[in-house]
Design a protein around this ligand. Structure first.
Ligand SMILES: Nc1ncnc2c1ncn2[C@@H]1O[C@H](COP(=O)(O)OP(=O)(O)O)[C@@H](O)[C@H]1O
Ligand SMILES: [Mg+2]
Length: 308
């Protein structure tokens, strides 16, 4: 898509609420579970916005259907080895790694610089392939995909958030968020609606027309998160998402990731160096020289109270 190809110009505050068919009072139309799963993610965004605005806790976890949905299809790495060659030498970055991460959980990934964290994230996101071993994400064996099929799977299933935001400076927030939808069969109007819904979800509906340079770092990262969730992927992969932010902005971003995990049931895998940020996750996976260290369970009170 070319920069001028979207019709997602800024229309001022409140426009996204109109598009969503909801006011700020949380009176959004409640989709049935059938509607929720059949429209490529838009109804899920609506649901999440409804829960966010109404203060509800989300789908009833005691409902057997909801529970069954939440028990499968996480991230599964088995015997994963990744080697790079550098200056004629082989560098084994991931070494026969076995790791299971449950669907709908929030994981932090910690480890010294060079321990293979970004490499692991790239393998889970299908940006790179392991030399050996298998990587399964949301029920999909990534090694069985190639070329266009891999790109299509990635666009549908995984959202990426980077330390440096990676927004396109000449595009508005709305145009940036709408970019991943360029590969979908959605109409311009639908792309715009989805992007506005995602921006609303990160509380930036009123900044839709701003360019990245007109936003604070924290706002830029929230736009990047909106872009990551606009296709309603099951998995969010975040590589040091708070690394360039001050504490207050980092706290907002972490609270948002917690919300996306809690309300939209996203599986979140977040690389971080910051112990306080890691404590906002539910589990902390430690990586050292390409091998798995411990996996810590974070206490709920700790995750709720931790400040970066
Ligand atoms: N494409 C590549 N080619 C060669 N070496 C690489 C490549 N990507 C990463 N590495 C090396 O692999 C090691 C692990 O990198 P990385 O996964 O980025 O670590 P981390 O994110 O934990 O800091 C580092 O020594 C890095 O220099
Ligand atoms: Mg890294």
């Amino acid at each position: 898509m070319r920069p001028g190809d979207t019709d997602v110009a800024h229309e001022g505050p409140g426009v996204s609420s109109r598009v969503m068919g909801a006011g700020r009072s949380g009176t959004l139309h409640q989709a049935s579970p059938q509607e929720w799963s059949c429209d490529g993610g838009f109804a899920t965004l609506c649901w999440a916005l409804y829960f966010h605005e109404s203060g509800s806790q989300g789908p009833d976890a005691s409902n057997p259907e909801t529970r069954a949905h939440s028990m499968n299809e996480g991230i599964l790495l088995q015997g994963v080895t990744k080697t790079y060659s550098r200056g004629g030498e082989e560098l084994r970055v991931l070494d026969n790694l076995d790791l299971t991460m449950d669907e709908g959980r929030f994981y932090a990934l910690m480890g010294p610089s060079g321990s293979g964290k970004t490499t692991l994230l790239n393998l889970v996101g299908g940006l790179d392939l392991p030399d050996s071993g298998s990587v399964q994400v949301a029920g999909q064996d990534i090694r069985s995909l190639r070329g266009a099929a891999l790109s299509a799977w990635r666009a549908r299933s995984v959202g990426f958030v980077f330390q440096g935001f990676n927004l396109i400076p000449v595009l508005s927030a709305l145009e940036n968020v709408a970019l991943p939808l360029a590969l979908t069969p959605l109409s311009r109007k639908e792309r715009r609606q989805h992007a506005l819904a995602a921006l609303d979800l990160v509380d930036l509906g009123d900044r839709a027309g701003h360019r990245p340079g007109q936003l604070s770092g924290g706002q830029e990262q929230r736009v990047a998160i909106a872009r990551a969730i606009v296709t309603d992927p099951k998995v969010l992969l975040c590589d040091e998402p708070t690394g360039d932010l001050d504490r207050a902005a980092a706290d907002q971003v972490l609270a948002l990731l917690q919300r996306l995990n809690g309300e939209m049931k996203k599986t979140v895998l977040m690389v971080t160096h910051d112990a306080a940020a890691a404590a906002r996750a539910q589990r902390i996976v430690h990586l050292d020289k390409g091998r798995l260290g411990s996996i810590e369970e974070v206490q709920a009170e700790q995750a709720a109270g931790a400040k970066p």
